[in-house]
Design a protein around this ligand. Structure first.
Ligand code: SAM
Length: 183
């Protein structure tokens, strides 16, 4: 009987964590696995680069890109920022078994309130943000980044930036979904 109560409680907690608008205003939808090779290509991995996924989900992008970087013997750094505690647990577990774990950092924070300075501890000269968040939040997040960080690039999955004044160059790559590359 206690076991059934416990299971029910866990299910309620998981449903709450994945559906709470306050905790996570952007629902968890992973980037399409079929687009992963293209996404990794658009990140243009380099030695002196840090790739940051704001709202990293289960880390599909960060771990695929880190795998590629490891294969190419690059020193690219990766940061996964996520708010959902269950996804954070999954990210830590996946990191533990990743061959490139020394270059991967997991941060639990709210991308709309966080101090971005703590993402810059890797001291890379190139910063690339990967974003797969809804259009309104995409605009808000890029605007916010622009206020705090001098130079960075953005790879946005599925959604283009409406504000054309933020970046000089845009490239749209066609996968299953479109990938927009801003630099
Ligand atoms: C559409 S999913 C994208 C996941 C991942 N980036 C990918 O491409 O597979 C958006 C993610 O953002 C997370 N998220 C939502 N609001 C957040 C916030 N305020 N701070 C940090 N992460 C957030 C969600 O939990 C979810 O995992």
């Amino acid at each position: 009987m206690i076991f059934i109560y416990l299971i029910t409680l866990v299910i309620i907690l998981v449903v709450f964590l994945f559906s709470s608008k306050t905790l996570s205003p952007i629902p968890y939808f992973p980037s399409q696995p079929v687009d992963m090779p293209l996404i990794v290509k658009t990140l243009k991995l380099k030695n002196n680069q840090t790739v940051i996924d704001l709202g990293a989900g289960d880390g599909i992008v960060i771990f695929s890109a880190a795998q590629q970087s490891y294969k190419q013997k690059l020193g690219t750094k990766f940061v996964a920022v996520e708010i959902n505690p269950i996804l954070i647990l999954i990210l830590h577990l996946r990191r533990l078994f990743h061959p490139n774990k020394k270059n991967i950092k997991i941060v639990r924070d709210d991308i709309f309130k966080m101090n971005f300075d703590k993402l810059l501890t890797f001291h890379s000269s190139l910063l690339t943000f990967y974003l797969y968040i809804s259009p309104w939040y995409l605009e808000k997040t890029v605007k916010n980044l622009k206020l705090k960080i001098k130079k960075f690039g953005v790879v946005s999955y599925m959604y283009p930036l409406k504000d054309k004044t933020v970046f000089a160059k845009v490239l749209a790559v066609k996968g299953k979904n479109k990938i927009f590359v801003y630099s």
